[in-house]
Design a protein around this ligand. Structure first.
Ligand code: NDP
Length: 495
């Protein structure tokens, strides 16, 4: 990865990171720092990072503005070449980045962290391939006129990242922004900043200084200052709906561009013809239990048709009981750790609240069988059945390994329940009858619907939410064009 000391649990000293501004690795202007613990061991500070403030934002924005014009002026093949070289280096570093992801997010190496690191490298390769698609059009205006459009970059883009899968979410934003000629300033999550800083080390070798900046620190300090800065042309935010709403208001107030990837409470609908082991495996992927449920696209509301309800649930419980909750660095582990105490308490609060509800059934509670715990933030998966779609656990995003199972009878009824949510990020439909599956998929109000599969994220797909789950799309050609470029029209009189 790089020659400096990379954090480990065993290291006697935390790694002292700096942040990237204008091609230099710097401290915060006022010298303040913050400590990063690992969710594997709450007592272990694995790293320190600068605690950036408004002055650092000024510096980063000035550097980005200086760099952006030259970067945008390059022939597209040069930006393409840079991204391809970054992709090569990221592939070489993938195993190290995966190990660091396991350490700073708690995401298990085999099931999550490694795929996230590999996805990042593929994203750089994919967007490098799109460099030539940043094309304009010409109007057939006759021989006396030339009427053409250009796709020009938005300018300086702030990318605000959450802690749950930092590399994957950076992959949604960074290569698309860069290849289309923008400069990007990433704000890493305070709880999981280290992989983003390592990503920046790889990228800076191939980019002009200032084209990529990385700031670390607290959201209400450095994040807010970035969002409000007049030199930031666009804010691309991923995080909670509450924070995103404030970010959109602050950016909107000064008429900056904004895109938002927010939370979800996604439905997962199983039709009567799909009571099979294979579908159980896919539903298991959809639960995102393997990321401790800390996924905005988790299929956290499982709608089981009443005719297969008991049989499907039995199979699912059997399968979930085989999952290994353990040290995220171990290959054998399926489910790692929750990010921090606050999130662990939040998940537990939802569980306690649900268990006190009349009529709820506990289909599976893995807590008694847990073999790991203190000092890590481990939480076993839970499946709660006979849930009412109106209950709090079926309406609010828990962001933990808790699945609500809801029975249904009629197709219209299940579609209505699926859509009875202020969220609209993802959805999953399982039916062997493809007519039924596709009809339902089209009726569900979600930005991303998967049919007969539960994982399946791929580079090039449009990613983003409807309703309170967000605005704008990322990760695709359309997302790149709409999110990171704007059209300039040029009309020329030729006579
Ligand atoms: P937050 O919304 O709290 O934070 C997201 C990012 O925004 C962090 O970097 C945070 O900084 C920063 N931030 C906080 N306050 C401000 C502010 N006032 N101005 C600018 N930036 C700010 O979410 P979490 O990090 O807690 O992530 C979990 C949530 O994110 C989940 O609830 C989930 O719904 C959502 N999410 C959505 C995804 C999607 O693609 N739709 C993907 C992943 C998560 P700091 O690190 O200091 O808190």
């Amino acid at each position: 990865m790089s020659s400096h000391t990379v954090p480990t649990v065993e290291a006697s000293e935390p790694t002292a990171y700096r942040m990237l501004i204008g091609g230099e690795w710097v401290e915060a202007a006022d010298g303040r720092t913050l400590e990063v613990i690992t969710p594997i061991d709450r007592h272990r500070v694995i790293a320190t990072t600068p605690r950036a403030g408004a002055e650092d934002v000024d510096r980063a924005v000035a550097a980005a503005r200086r760099a952006q014009r030259g970067w945008a002026a390059l022939p597209f093949t040069e930006r393409q070449g840079a991204l391809l070289r970054i992709a090569d280096d990221l592939e070489d570093a993938a195993e190290d980045l995966a190990a660091l992801t396991a350490l700073d997010t708690g995401n298990a190496l085999r099931t999550q962290a490694r795929p996230e690191a590999l996805l990042l490298a593929s994203a750089f390769r994919y967007f490098a391939g799109l460099a030539g698609e940043l094309k304009g059009v010409t109007l057939p205006s006759g021989t006396d006129a030339l009427s053409l459009t250009r796709r020009v970059p938005v300018g300086v883009v702030a990318g605000i990242l959450p802690w749950n899968s930092p590399l994957m979410i950076a992959a949604f934003k960074l290569p698309a922004a860069l290849v289309s000629g923008n400069a990007m300033i990433l704000k890493a999550a305070e709880d999981a900043p280290t992989t983003i800083l390592e990503l920046a080390r790889v990228c800076e070798r191939h980019l002009p200084p200032g084209v990529l900046g990385v700031l670390t620190g607290y959201g209400p300090e450095v994040g807010q200052a970035l969002v409000e800065h007049r030199g930031v042309d666009k804010v691309s935010f991923t995080g909670s709906t509450a924070t995103g709403s404030g970010v959109a208001a602050a950016a909107g107030e000064r008429l900056a561009h904004v895109s938002l990837e927010l939370g979800g409470k996604s439905p997962c609908i199983v039709f009567p013809d799909s009571d099979t082991d294979e579908v159980v495996e896919q539903v298991l992927l959809a639960t995102r239990f393997a990321r401790q449920g800390q996924s905005c696209t988790s299929g956290s509301r499982l709608f089981l048709h009443e005719s297969v309800h008991d049989s499907f649930l039995d199979r699912l419980v059997d399968r979930v009981s085989q999952l290994v909750v353990g040290d995220p660095r171990e290959e054998a582990t399926d489910i790692g750790c929750i990010i921090n105490q606050r999130q662990w308490d939040r998940v537990q609060g939802y569980v306690d609240d649900a268990l006190a509800t009349d009529g709820i059934r506990v289909a599976y509670d893995g807590r008694p069988a847990l073999t790991v715990g203190e000092p890590g933030f481990y939480h076993a998966p839970m499946i709660l059945s006979q849930v009412d779609n109106g209950w709090r656990i079926a309406r609010e995003e828990i962001f933990g390994p808790v699945l609500s199972v809801i029975p249904w009878r009629e197709e219209d009824e299940v579609v209505a329940m699926a859509n009875d949510s202020h969220y609209g990020l993802a959805a999953f439909v399982f039916a062997r009858d493809l007519g039924m599956a596709l009809r339902t998929a089209q009726r569900v109000e979600s930005g991303w619907v998967q049919v007969n599969q539960g994982g399946g994220q791929q580079v090039g797909q449009s990613y983003g939410g409807m309703k309170a789950s967000g605005q704008g799309r990322e990760f695709s050609l359309e997302g790149m064009l709409e999110g990171f470029t704007q059209i300039q029209q040029i009309n020329v009189r030729l006579t």
